[in-house]
Write a protein that binds this ligand. Structure first.
Ligand SMILES: Nc1nc2c(ncn2[C@@H]2O[C@H](COP(=O)(O)OP(=O)(O)OP(=O)(O)O)[C@@H](O)[C@H]2O)c(=O)[nH]1
Ligand SMILES: [Mg+2]
Length: 429
């Protein structure tokens, strides 16, 4: 993929219906965020009003000319369309504009490629990129890529093109099989995590998922006022205030027109959310497009077969919402939680609602252990709490609290510690 860093870019939107202009402008605002996230500088916008489109270039002839003029004037080497372009349209526009032409999907792929860190994310992104690139691999692409030292560097003729295509197909097969391996590892890891409840934060990009995750778990996940700050799901334990711990999973954000190759490739990552007991749907209440965000989030969940999961709707960033707008939101969504991740008291409210939704899973049980096994108590970890202890007939009695499976495991551990020291005894009451 070409490097977009410090490129000057013109953004292009197309009105499809009479009342479309404000929507197109809003989508271009988001496209601008995406372009900035990719490292480009936005030098201007062109919007084609509603009317017939020219299938060869999407834009009518006059608009292509206007765009070419603007690109030249602004010394812009990059033109980004908010709409998906067919391979032929990219080729025709490239020829007409003497600038690199990208559509929204290509831009999102570029951002993901730039931000992917883990082996899994990198594999997923490369797979998505190659699947996107394959049908677009024309001489034109070869030409562009040669300039930038990217994929498909030859592109000197149809035969070479066929060779490139075959190489790419082979690489796709390799990456897909690598990904299956990584997935198996991930499933194993997940199994190893034991029986704690799992809560996944999901929602549109930049809604504040990672900020809430940090609040709940005291971790320091990467937070940034840019799109797609998070690509790798992060799992952390919420163990505040002596309550039963649960796991919080931070996930990659959704966005409108998320390239379907990317959704397909990130499926395994998103499966971290799939076996969650609860999805917290985080919405940026201060965004003028929040309703759109909600709709897109739900459509993506549907895509991922996750729409039947128990869900808690959480409107975030209410510190940036006027009283009146907040009142309306509350009336429209009486079941939802309203919070600001910046307010620590709100994190407590979120935690309380999450716990209420999960149900309190704790049981208490008294276990008798010899004094010498006290060290084993320290090794129980955070899943089980010792709520009381006392001495009875030379044994220490402890009252354990936690999830049934964790308490069972702890009792076994203590019993083993005890039998190593003293063959008889170790009575559960
Ligand atoms: N004013 C305000 N800003 C917030 C709030 N929550 C998060 N932010 C800011 O919003 C921006 C995005 O926050 P993140 O936590 O990175 O959002 P995210 O949903 O994880 O985003 P991605 O990982 O990109 O999908 C950051 O600049 C946060 O500081 C909030 O309640 N109020
Ligand atoms: Mg994040």
């Amino acid at each position: 993929m070409p490097s977009l860093r410090r490129e000057r870019a013109i953004l292009v939107g197309v009105c499809r219906r009479r009342d479309d202009r404000p929507v197109v402008d809003e989508h271009l605002d988001e496209l601008e965020q995406l372009a900035l996230t990719a490292g480009a500088q936005v030098a201007g916008r062109v919007v084609q009003d509603r009317g017939p489109v020219n299938a060869a270039t999407l834009l009518r002839r006059g608009k292509v000319e206007e765009l070419a003029g603007l690109a030249k004037e602004a010394a812009a080497g990059l033109v980004v369309f908010d709409e998906d372009l067919s391979p032929a349209q990219v080729k025709n526009l490239d020829a007409a504009l003497s600038a690199k032409v990208l559509d929204r999907s290509a831009l999102i792929l570029d951002i993901f490629a730039r931000r992917a860190r883990s082996r899994e994310a990198r594999t997923q992104v490369e797979l998505a990129q190659l699947r996107y690139l394959l049908p677009r691999l024309t001489r034109q692409w070869g030409h562009l890529s040669r300039q930038d030292g990217g994929i498909g560097q030859r592109g000197v003729g149809e035969t070479q093109l066929e060779i490139d295509r075959r190489l790419i197909r082979r690489r796709i097969a390799r990456l897909a099989s690598e990904l299956r391996e990584i997935e198996t590892e991930r499933v194993e890891r997940r199994k190893g995590r034991g029986g704690e409840h799992r809560v996944a934060l999901i929602g549109y990009t930049n809604a504040g998922k990672s900020t809430l995750m940090n609040r709940l778990t005291g971790s320091a996940a990467f937070v940034e006022d840019r799109l797609f700050a998070t690509l790798d799901p992060l799992v952390r334990r919420c163990a505040r205030g002596g309550r039963p711990p649960f796991l919080v999973i931070d996930t990659v954000g959704f966005i409108r027109k998320l390239p379907h190759h990317l959704v397909a490739s990130f499926r395994s990552t998103l499966e971290e959310a799939a076996d969650a007991d609860l999805l917290v749907e985080v919405v940026d209440a201060s965004s003028p497009a929040f309703e759109d965000h909600l709709r897109i989030t739900r459509a993506t969940l549907e895509d991922l077969d996750l729409s039947d999961r128990p869900r808690l709707l959480a409107f975030n960033k209410i510190d940036r919402v006027s009283e009146g707008a907040l009142e309306r939101l509350r009336a429209d969504h009486p079941e939802a939680l309203f919070l600001s991740a910046l307010d620590p008291a709100h994190a407590d409210r979120l935690e309380a609602r999450v716990r209420a939704a999960l149900g309190d899973p704790w049981v208490e049980r008294v276990v008798s252990v010899p004094a010498a096994a006290a060290a084993a108590l320290a090794a129980l970890g955070t899943a089980v709490q010792v709520v009381a202890s006392g001495w009875v007939d030379g044994h220490m009695e402890v009252r354990l609290r936690g999830r049934p499976a964790d308490v069972d495991r702890a009792a076994t551990l203590l019993r083993q510690a005890e039998s190593a020291l003293q063959p008889v005894g170790g009575v559960d009451r």
